[in-house]
Design a binder for this molecule. Structure first.
Ligand SMILES: C[S@@+](CC[C@H](N)C(=O)[O-])C[C@H]1O[C@@H](n2cnc3c(N)ncnc32)[C@H](O)[C@@H]1O
Length: 417
């Protein structure tokens, strides 16, 4: 394959540099705007062969597994370690600004609340058994190839310290070469490990996992496809003084720092009210904190998450009443007639957003709304539904939770009128 010399024009939404060829955009991972590079091109994908003029924003990556030069393939866990922090922060903020603009929303967007190395308390690893032992790491970008990691600067020290233990558990579980996932959450009582993607565990494999865990420290629980294999201690997560025992593989915010920022912005906006609805409540990240100041109705589709939330609320003193409701909010959003009993609503949906719920909120008289999102595009769509109905956006704050990736979280606050 012959190399061609190109100059990178801009950064795409996934963080790849883009060079506009005569027949359309070419995406060049690990490149930065203004750089002149020799690339090998296959259709719209360019691989860096050598560097000509590099950007002043280029820095040395923090991790040996990052980038086009990584030995044994480059880890797809991160895509932006080569970018200096100010440019990186501005890029992430610009994703939110652009998404809002695309829906005609022109409001001030705050500075990015930064993420830092070592903060990730929830990591989803890719794993596979090989003749040489278990590979545990991340998929190479756009590939099934697993890049085994020896270091990972994003993960919390607790997760990194457990890496060898995770390899032993994975080894005990895997009997074929099929790839599988290990979701690891660092909790107050040790690592909570959820294995998914292996079809079946025999009694022998279950025993092997149990024996492996019993011989080690630091592992609270191991579950397989949602079912507990061994629980030495109940995994516990602290939510501002409320202890929650999440179900296996539960959704939690990926870093405590981002979670605290989201909660702070939410509580500041909602202030002193009587009744709040927390929609897409998960295990109660917002509901259990809001319950210190107001009655909360928490709605969520995952039964086990809701049970964990309910159990925590019932077993914590000093909270206002918390009610829970299992409900599919895509199909059955809270209707205007139901919304009228709430002073404030927070919603924190998956990437698809909360379109149907926003259509109902748009017709409601709820005074204050907090929209939390992991997808600026669907957030912009949802906010446009609310603003068209008379809601005013009072703040938009981008938050970095997935360091060195193009993912960005957002908290937007709104008032009626
Ligand atoms: C981004 S998470 C937020 C969870 C929680 N607010 C937190 O911060 O931990 C989205 C939540 O929406 C739930 N969910 C997904 N689809 C749903 C639906 N159709 N109806 C209700 N809840 C849903 C998921 O189970 C998950 O708990």
């Amino acid at each position: 394959m012959s190399a061609e010399t190109v100059t990178i024009d801009s950064l795409g939404a996934q963080g790849d540099g883009i060079f506009y060829a005569s027949n359309g955009p070419v995406y060049v991972p690990f490149s930065l705007p203004g750089e002149t590079l020799a690339i090998a091109r296959v259709k719209d994908h360019g691989t860096i062969m050598s560097y000509g003029e590099t950007s002043p924003d280029r820095i040395t990556p923090a991790c040996r597994h990052f980038g086009p030069d990584g030995k044994g393939g480059s880890c797809g866990g991160c895509s932006l370690q080569h970018m200096a922090k100010p440019a990186y922060n501005a890029f992430k903020r610009s994703l939110v600004v652009a998404a809002l603009k695309s829906k005609g929303i022109d409001v001030p967007v705050g500075d990015l609340i930064e993420a830092h190395p070592g903060e990730r308390r929830r990591v989803v690893f890719a794993a596979r058994s090989t003749e040489k032992g278990l590979l545990i790491g991340f998929n190479q970008a756009e590939s099934h190839h697993i890049v085994a990691i020896e270091e990972c600067p994003i993960a919390s020290p607790g997760i990194l310290a457990g890496l060898e233990a995770l390899k032993k558990i994975g080894n005990a579980a895997a009997t074929t070469a099929e790839p599988f996932r290990m979701t690891v959450i660092e909790t107050l009582t040790g690592l909570d490990v959820a294995i998914d993607g292996i079809k079946k565990l025999s009694d022998k494999e279950r025993r092997a996992i149990t024996e492996t865990v019993l011989a080690m420290r630091g592992i609270a629980r191991v579950a397989f496809n949602g079912e507990i294999v061994i629980e030495q201690r109940k995994p516990l997560i602290d939510m501002s003084g409320v202890s929650v025992a999440p179900p296996p593989g539960a959704f939690t915010q990926a870093t405590v720092a981002a979670e605290e920022a989201m909660v702070r912005l939410t509580l500041e906006h909602i202030g002193k009210v009587k009744r709040v609805a927390d929609l897409f409540a998960g295990v109660g990240t917002f509901a259990l904190r809001l319950a210190r100041i107001a009655q909360v109705h928490a709605v969520e589709s995952e039964e086990r998450a809701l049970k964990a939330l309910d159990h925590a609320a019932r077993n914590t003193q000093g909270l206002k009443p918390v009610s829970v409701e299992r409900r599919d909010l895509f199909r059955r959003p809270l209707m205007v007639s139901e919304l009228k009993t709430f002073d404030a609503v927070i919603f924190d949906p998956p990437r698809a957003g909360a379109e149907e719920q926003c259509k109902e909120l748009a017709r409601s008289v709820v005074k204050k709304i907090v929209a939390v999102s992991c997808n600026p595009l669907t957030l912009a769509r949802d906010l446009s539904i609310l603003t068209a109905a008379g809601y005013r956006i009072t703040s938009v704050t981008p938050i970095d939770q997935f360091l060195w990736t193009s993912h960005v979280e957002v908290v937007a606050t709104l008032v009626k009128g």
